[in-house]
Design a protein around this ligand. Structure first.
Ligand SMILES: Nc1ncnc2c1ncn2[C@@H]1O[C@H](COP(=O)(O)OP(=O)(O)O)[C@@H](O)[C@H]1O
Ligand SMILES: [Mg+2]
Length: 250
C-alpha cells in the first residue's frame, strides 16, 4: 500500500530523514517508535504530502507520488494526481485538529461534503454509523470543547474514516491524553486493526505496538534503524540503539 525508498528530507541544513525505507502491506499495522526528534512525524508528513521529500521514491497503492532520477533530481507527479493519491490516506494527529466551531457531526461530514462533493443527506447516515462505531453517537450535536481528549480523538478517527481512506496514518494519537483516556482510543484502533484496516502508527505505547502491530520499525536520528515482526522485534532487537531504546522504554 505504501512503498517508501531512501527518503531524504532536510530542514535548513539539518538532515531529518536519512534514506528512510519502509513498506506497508495491505491490512498490515506497522508501529513506528523512536525517541523524540528522530523524524517520525516528518516521515508521516512526507507520506501524506504535508511535507515534500528532497530525494527518494514514494509509491502509494502502486502509484508513483515522487521519484528521483539518476542525476538525483526528485520530482513529483502533477498536483491533481498528488491530491487524488493523497485522498487514499487519512491522518490522525496528536492534537486532534477538530474544527472548534463545528459540532461533532459537522466535523465528520465536512470533508466528504467539501472535498468529495457528497450531499449532506448522503453522508449523514454514514457519519452517524461511524460515530456509533467509535461510541460517540450521543455526542453528535456537541461541540469539541465539551468533549474529553479521548472523545475528541475518537471523533478525529471517525472524521478520517468518513473519507473512506485505504490507509490510516496516526501520529502519536494518545500522547496528548491523560493515561485513563488512552485506553478508549487504543481500543478503537485495535478494532480497526481487527477489521484489517491498513495503518501506520507512530506511538509511544509499547503495549499497543507489541499486541496490535504486525511489524514494528525503530527510528533514531533520522534513520530507520531496524524493523521486524512485533514479537521478534521486542524479544530480540538486533541493533544496539534499538536495544538501548527498548531498555529505557520497557
Ligand atoms: N517544519 C520544520 N522546520 C524545521 N525543522 C523541523 C520541522 N519539522 C521538524 N523539524 C525538525 O526535524 C527533526 C525531526 O522532527 P520530527 O519529525 O517532529 O520528530 P519526531 O516526530 O520523531 O519527534 C527535529 O529536529 C525537528 O526539530
Ligand atoms: Mg512527532
Amino acid at each position: 500500500m505504501i512503498s517508501a525508498r531512501d527518503i531524504c528530507k532536510s530542514f535548513g541544513g539539518q538532515q531529518v530523514l536519512r534514506k528512510v525505507s519502509l513498506d506497508l502491506l495491505r491490512g498490515e499495522v506497522v508501529a513506528v517508535i523512536g525517541p523524540s526528534g528522530s523524524g517520525k512525524s516528518t516521515f508521516l508528513r512526507c507520506l501524506n504530502h504535508l511535507e515534500t521529500i528532497d530525494s527518494g521514491h514514494l509509491e502509494i497503492e502502486g502509484e508513483v507520488l515522487a521519484a528521483t532520477d539518476a542525476a538525483g533530481v526528485c520530482s513529483y507527479v502533477p498536483e491533481a494526481q498528488i491530491r487524488r493519491i493523497g485522498r487514499k490516506m487519512g491522518m490522525v494527529f496528536q492534537s486532534f485538529n477538530l474544527f472548534p466551531h463545528l459540532t461533532v457531526l459537522e466535523n465528520v461530514i465536512e470533508a466528504p461534503m467539501v472535498v468529495k462533493g457528497l450531499a449532506r443527506a448522503q453522508i449523514v447516515p454514514r457519519a452517524e454509523a461511524l460515530l456509533a462505531k467509535v461510541g460517540l453517537l450521543e455526542k453528535r450535536d456537541s461541540y469539541p470543547a465539551r468533549l474529553s481528549g479521548g472523545q475528541k480523538q475518537r471523533v478525529a478517527i471517525a472524521r478520517a474514516l468518513a473519507m473512506e481512506p485505504d490507509i490510516l496514518l496516526f501520529d502519536e494519537p494518545t500522547s496528548a491524553l491523560d493515561p485513563e483516556l488512552t485506553g478508549e482510543v487504543l481500543r478503537t484502533m485495535r478494532e480497526l486493526a481487527q477489521e484489517h484496516m491498513t495503518m501506520l502508527v507512530v506511538t509511544h505505547e509499547m503495549g499497543f505496538a507489541r499486541e496490535v502491530a504486525n511489524r514494528v520499525a525503530f527510528m533514531d536520528r533520522g534513520e530507520l534503524i531496524e524493523s521486524g515482526p512485533a514479537a521478534q522485534f521486542f524479544a530480540q532487537p538486533k541493533h544496539p540503539r534499538t536495544q538501548a531504546f527498548l531498555h529505557n522504554m520497557l
